[in-house]
Design a protein around this ligand. Structure first.
Ligand code: ATP
Ligand code: MG
Length: 417
């Protein structure tokens, strides 16, 4: 028998619910898969009947690597490796007998589902399933059929061009294709919540641009590197991420010297949101994204959020973690592998000059009266125009070069340059 040809199949997620504009989303997804596939070899990528076909074009293609990559592309609900057979029962059964025993190794029970999208195929789905089941029973020792709770789910699909046989489709990342919902600016700290918030919005198809605030020398270079590592992890889902870094050092020193301590955090957050809005506008981001969760800390009560939101006048603020418990956020951060980095004990600018008794129910007038004690516009301009950097590299590509080199890629000096 000829060597089995194996390909990868991806099932669409929510795209299937789209109406007239469905093809736009399909092309976005296919384009993203093509782009990422180039890192794993030469693949042909095409889509037909709610499925994307990824076919290796030579022996050198890294099918395992591509499979792992597909599981991190939003817009895909299921991924599977499949053997390709000609559209006749002889070829299908021969392929089943040589392809499936290895896949079924160690499994006690199985079920076969057949799907016949090509209605011209002479046998109906139940007959196809019965014959394939028979072939499995005759080749795999001791295995049994279990229709209700099988160890392994075998699928046979008779499609336009060929028949495909696969075992145990795995769950994809779900959501909407990358870059199908506009661009958002993620306020990325080194903590647990903000990478999760970025992941959740990227899942809804947002392209993510990240902004990190630091307070060097009160925060260290290691703290900044930690944020780069988090961005690197997020990049496995977003495929591209720019990080902007703005220094808040001077602002924090001025606040410390001029304002009432209890208001430090809130005042700092007003500066952060103002600078974030400026950055978002310059880089065509249509929303701000934060990792805030209601009631988690003093600056995340309704009253405090109302104060910080009052300076964001032109964009919506997305807070996907707002209704989640810390435990739920941690669960996602473990899933996307950011948790271990997030818990590294480096300081964040928010922990510099932390008030001993932060206001939890601030009055807006009082906060803005405190703010009036400093030259807000001048401080904002100075912060935005000076310590402002952009990384333009795509992380997967620069993964092998030192982060520092990536960071020094460009220094921005003035708004609009
Ligand atoms: P996280 O675990 O994500 O840091 P947190 O529980 O520490 O969240 P805060 O420090 O109050 O919460 O920050 C709330 C949100 O503000 C963060 O989720 C993030 O979106 C933003 N933020 C906080 N610190 C920074 C920073 N240094 N740079 C950019 N954004 C920040
Ligand atoms: Mg934090």
């Amino acid at each position: 028998m000829e060597q089995i040809k194996e390909i990868l199949l991806c099932k669409y997620g929510e795209i299937v619910l789209k109406g007239a504009n469905r093809s736009t989303f399909e092309s976005m997804l296919t384009k993203e898969i093509k782009k990422r596939a180039s890192q794993y070899g030469v693949f042909k990528v095409s889509h037909l009947q709610s499925t994307v076909y990824i076919e290796p074009q030579n022996e050198e293609c890294d099918l395992d690597g591509m499979f792992g990559c597909l599981k991190k592309i939003f817009g895909i609900s299921g991924v599977t490796r499949a053997a390709v057979a000609e559209k006749n029962m002889e070829s299908i059964l021969e392929t089943v007998k040589s392809y499936l025993p290895e896949k079924l190794y160690g499994k006690r029970t199985f079920r076969v589902d057949a799907k016949r999208s090509d209605k011209l195929f002479p046998l109906q789905s139940p007959e196809i399933a019965a014959q394939v089941g028979g072939a499995i029973l005759s080749t795999v020792p001791k295995i049994k059929v279990d229709l209700h709770n099988p160890d392994s789910m075998i699928r046979v699909e008779i499609r336009d061009k060929a028949a495909y046989i696969h075992a145990d489709q795995q769950k994809g990342a779900g959501g909407m294709p990358p870059r199908s919902s506009g661009r958002g600016l993620l306020l990325l700290s080194g903590g647990i919540d903000s990478p999760v918030a970025g992941f959740m919005m990227a899942k809804r198809g947002m392209e993510i641009e990240a902004l990190h605030f630091e307070s060097y020398p009160y925060t260290s270079e290691r703290a900044r590197d930690k944020v780069f590592s988090l961005a690197d992890k997020l990049c496995e889902y977003t495929s591209r991420l720019h990080i902007h870094v703005i220094s808040l050092t001077h602002i924090q020193e001025v606040l410390r010297d001029s304002c009432e301590e209890d208001y430090f955090t809130l005042l700092l957050r007003i500066f952060m949101m103002t600078l974030a809005q400026m950055c978002a506008k310059q880089y065509n981001c249509r929303a701000l994204i934060t990792g805030e969760s209601l009631g988690q800390v003093a600056s995340q009560t309704i009253e405090a959020l109302n104060v910080t939101d009052s300076v964001v006048t032109e964009l919506p603020v997305f807070r996907p973690c707002i209704g989640m418990d810390k435990e739920e956020i941690v669960e996602i951060s473990r899933k996307i592998d950011t948790f271990d980095t997030s818990v590294l004990p480096y300081e964040d600018c928010c922990t510099v000059f932390t008030p001993r008794h932060p206001k939890t129910k601030p009055e807006k007038e009082k906060v803005f009266a405190e703010l009036a004690k400093v030259d807000f516009d001048a401080l904002v301009k100075e912060a935005y125009d000076s310590g402002f950097y952009t990384i333009f590299d795509e992380f997967p590509i620069c993964r092998n070069i030192p982060k520092r080199l990536a960071f020094s890629a460009e220094k921005r000096c003035a708004v609009g340059t």
